[in-house]
Write a protein that binds this ligand. Structure first.
Ligand SMILES: *Cc1c(COP(=O)(O)O)cnc(C)c1O
Length: 461
């Protein structure tokens, strides 16, 4: 299995190459050359999440790693989860279940993708006898999941830029209390956009790298993260009906990574009814599915901060694979001029979306209302991201046939202020989130300046 870019120029790459590269050289996103097909009869009898992963992951890694080596890696990958089988599925009514993906060390679903990424980074670096710097900016859960996933690998140093602003105190403290010598949280006197600009420049200049050192991105476009997420879609479909009937999945989304993993699972053979693309008031995806209008607007801050985006970076993969039938020339045309020129597909092509997708945009008031009513009806507290997906299901119920799975992407304890606004009180807080509250924060404060931040990295590299 080799990989190629959605824009057609960068191709015939191995898994290891795209793992370490992230974005394709032509600016596109990497895609597998074909969709590997699963053997449903075999898969449906697997019991544990890890067993499912041992079947799925090697379908994508064969160009670089022996199957035995991948299986050994997977035995040691997803660590510090509070659930025996990593994931819990809770049925809340006859036709609806919650897929709890927040039992990992940072209490958000990003642990699934980033722990797998870090394990493969580490294995590659060991084999090539090289080191790496992970450099990223975070507005929510990515930074903490990346830091946690990389903190015990000596060959990887993490420098994560944390903007002042719309992040809960617990989210920030998850990054600033790790106290590992290869983890460097940097609080930047600027916005998330400022931080992203600095990271972009860092990737251009690379002035702070040593010889034989990789610069790694941890944003959601790395294919390895998608692989980790494909596994839990299959797992939930096995647990719910042994892959015998199509399910609906309601996914709270920002960068479309999690939705794309669901689409990928269906292309590999998982029975799928509808995907509900649930967004907050940053609604570019909703506007696309409703009106064929994919135009960039400024980001507004919401109470579901991990979905506050202006463009959905993984969406290019869907445009390419689902709408354009893998026509990289057309994809290149659309994306070369984006965002200056908005994306609007030919009507006949765009209409295809209703085969598979429904979408809804949920504002903050409706999100809080949903958290409250969900608790009243089911005795169960959900976080604001999950509430966006749950509310979308309520609104679209009449259009849904079959059973529905709501993805719960973060533990509610990460958002204490929002729980307070919703008059909700958690009885149990995961131990590690509770501990973080009282730990000492260690982070440097640096103004929003490329030069100062790159100097800091050189000093600590
Ligand atoms: C990152 C994140 C999302 C959005 O995921 P995408 O893959 O970017 O769509 C949703 N909920 C939570 C809690 C997150 O951390």
């Amino acid at each position: 299995m080799l990989f190629h870019s959605t824009r057609g120029q960068d191709k015939d790459k191995t898994f290891e190459q795209i793992l370490m590269q992230g974005l394709a050289d032509d600016g596109g996103l990497f895609m597998p050359d074909y969709w590997p097909q699963v053997d449903i009869e075999y898969l449906k009898n697997l019991e544990s999440f890890i067993d499912v992963a041992k079947y799925i992951v090697p379908l994508y890694t064969g160009s670089s790693f022996k199957k035995e080596d991948v299986i050994e890696l997977l035995n040691n990958t997803w660590h510090n989860f509070e659930e025996q089988d990593l994931i819990k599925i809770t049925q809340i009514k006859q036709s609806t279940s919650i897929l709890e993906l927040y039992h990992g060390p940072t209490a958000a679903f990003k642990d699934f993708g980033l722990q797998l990424a870090a394990a493969f980074f580490n294995k590659t670096l060991q084999t090539q006898n090289k080191t790496a710097i992970v450099f990223g900016a975070t507005s929510g859960d990515t930074g903490s999941a990346a830091i946690d996933a990389c903190k015990d690998f000596d060959v990887i140093k993490s420098f994560i830029l944390i903007p002042h602003g719309n992040m809960s105190e617990i989210q920030r403290k998850q990054m600033t209390t790790v106290q590992s010598p290869n983890v460097h949280p940097i609080i930047v006197d600027g916005t998330f956009d400022d931080c992203q600009d600095i990271v972009k420049n860092g990737f251009k200049q690379r002035s702070f790298l040593k010889k034989n050192q990789y610069l790694l991105a941890v944003n959601s476009i790395n294919w390895v993260r998608i692989i980790g997420q494909i596994c839990y879609y299959f797992y939930s479909a096995i647990k719910i009906n042994k892959l015998s009937k199509p399910l609906n999945f309601s996914v709270p989304t920002g960068n479309f990574g999690n939705v794309f993993a669901c689409y990928a699972a269906s292309k590999m053979g998982m029975p799928l009814s509808k995907i509900i693309v649930a967004v907050n008031s940053n609604d570019i995806l909703y506007r696309f599915f409703k009106n064929n209008d994919y135009s960039k607007k400024t980001v507004s801050e919401t109470i579901s901060p991990s979905m506050d985006i202006s463009v959905a970076s993984n969406f290019e993969r869907l445009i390419y694979d689902f709408f354009l039938n893998s026509n990289s020339e057309l994809c290149n045309k659309l994306y070369n001029n984006f965002p200056e020129i908005s994306i609007k597909l030919e009507d006949s092509i765009w209409k295809k979306s209703s085969e598979l997708f429904l979408s809804h945009s949920v504002d903050d008031d409706a999100t809080i209302q949903c958290m409250k009513s969900f608790y009243e009806q089911h005795g169960f507290i959900i976080d604001p991201h999950t509430a966006v997906a749950a509310h979308a299901v309520n609104r679209l119920e009449e259009e849904l046939m079959n059973e529905t799975v709501i993805l719960s992407t973060a533990h509610p304890a990460k958002f204490p202020n929002i729980l307070r606004n919703a008059d909700l009180k958690l009885k149990n807080i995961p131990k590690r989130l509770d501990e973080v509250k009282n730990k000492k924060e260690v982070a440097v404060n640096i103004p929003s300046s490329d030069k100062l931040i790159f100097e800091y990295i050189i000093k600590h590299n």
